[in-house]
Design a protein around this ligand. Structure first.
Ligand SMILES: NC(=O)c1ccc[n+]([C@@H]2O[C@H](COP(=O)([O-])OP(=O)(O)OC[C@H]3O[C@@H](n4cnc5c(N)ncnc54)[C@H](OP(=O)(O)O)[C@@H]3O)[C@@H](O)[C@H]2O)c1
Length: 288
């Protein structure tokens, strides 16, 4: 990739921590996050990036609390919708490549085969709608050099995530019900970060999907987390893990019932293989 300056936006977040950890040695990473750097401040974004002149901007910043977005739509649209547009405008002006992360929640979840990169989005939540607005802001900016990567069910070090939530609850309770009628693909942030660096080594710009290989429901994901925790000898109070339906666990935001992403384009362009979700979970247990 050669010597390159990278502006990492949302640098304190979960995915960003792995983007930093797995960066090629020749890149120089400059970190930006709240409170010093606010993605919603268009003027500050433009000035900061114009003075740094990075060849690459990686946007890991977002308002990621899916249910929180339902009660604060204006902030969701500012951060997830308009923020990426400010980055795209800056990238276009200074000739940088923009990497942006989006989500499976831009889809309705009514298909029964993996979503292709050009399938029509139809988000069912404020989070999904605001992330779609961010995608559109980049597409409408006229920027040509961008990688827009949709992913799903992220977990990894340095963040709140489903794996950590299940481990905490399994240490506190003896009975747990987890939804079994939402199906998707868990994604280890280490694998996604590696995929982003792989894409950056190409000049095949555009929209991509990346998640770990395979599929499961949240219930099956939880069952595997518990199984691996037991293998690691973690002390757990949990005796019973039960499958429940979405309607039995009402949350403010509607989630897609089916959100598998087709990774065909990523596989074709990079020629890389994608780790199976169970194997990646095992690698996470080995380092956490
Ligand atoms: N987590 C998932 O399951 C999931 C699934 C699919 C897609 N994604 C997407 O993947 C990307 C990375 O997600 P993640 O889970 O790593 O996110 P994360 O851990 O929540 O990190 C996001 C970072 O962005 C920062 N941020 C929020 N508002 C900002 C603003 N106005 N200006 C600058 N920085 C701001 C946050 O700071 P504060 O903590 O101070 O707010 C945080 O450090 C996001 O685009 C997300 O939409 C995530």
């Amino acid at each position: 990739m050669g010597d390159k300056k990278v502006a990492l936006i949302g640098a304190q977040g979960m995915l960003a921590s792995q983007v930093r950890a797995l960066a090629p040695v020749e890149v120089e990473i400059h970190c930006f996050d709240l409170p010093e750097f606010d993605l919603t401040d268009a003027a500050a974004v433009a000035t900061t990036l114009a003075s740094l002149q990075p060849q690459i901007i990686i946007n890991c910043a977002a308002f990621t609390n899916v249910d929180g977005c339902e009660s604060n739509a204006p902030l969701a649209f500012l951060v997830n919708g308009e923020g990426p547009g400010h980055l795209a405008a800056a990238a276009k002006k200074i000739g940088s490549t923009l990497v942006h992360i989006s989500t499976d929640y831009v889809f309705a979840g009514t298909k029964n085969e993996p979503y292709e990169v050009d399938d029509a989005p139809d988000p069912q939540s404020i989070y999904g709608q605001s992330k779609l607005a961010g995608e559109q802001a980049i597409l409408n900016s006229g920027l040509e050099h961008y990688f827009m990567v949709r992913t799903s069910w992220l977990y990894g070090p340095d963040g709140n995530n489903f794996v950590e939530t299940i481990l905490r609850l399994a240490g506190e309770r003896d009975d747990l019900g987890i939804v079994s009628d939402q199906v998707g693909s868990p994604t280890y942030t280490g694998d996604l970060a590696e995929a982003l660096w792989r894409l950056l080594a190409t000049d095949d710009y555009g929209v991509y999907h990346f998640s770990n290989h395979g599929e499961c429901s949240w219930y099956e994901f939880a069952r595997e987390i518990i199984a691996q925790a037991k293998l690691c000898g973690l002390p757990l109070k949990l005796k019973t893990l039960r499958p429940i339906r979405t309607e039995d666990y009402p949350l403010p935001a509607r989630r897609p019932a089916y959100s598998l992403l087709s990774k065909d384009r990523y596989l074709q362009v990079t020629g890389a293989s994608i780790p199976f979700w169970r194997d990646s979970l095992q690698r996470y247990f080995a380092i956490r």
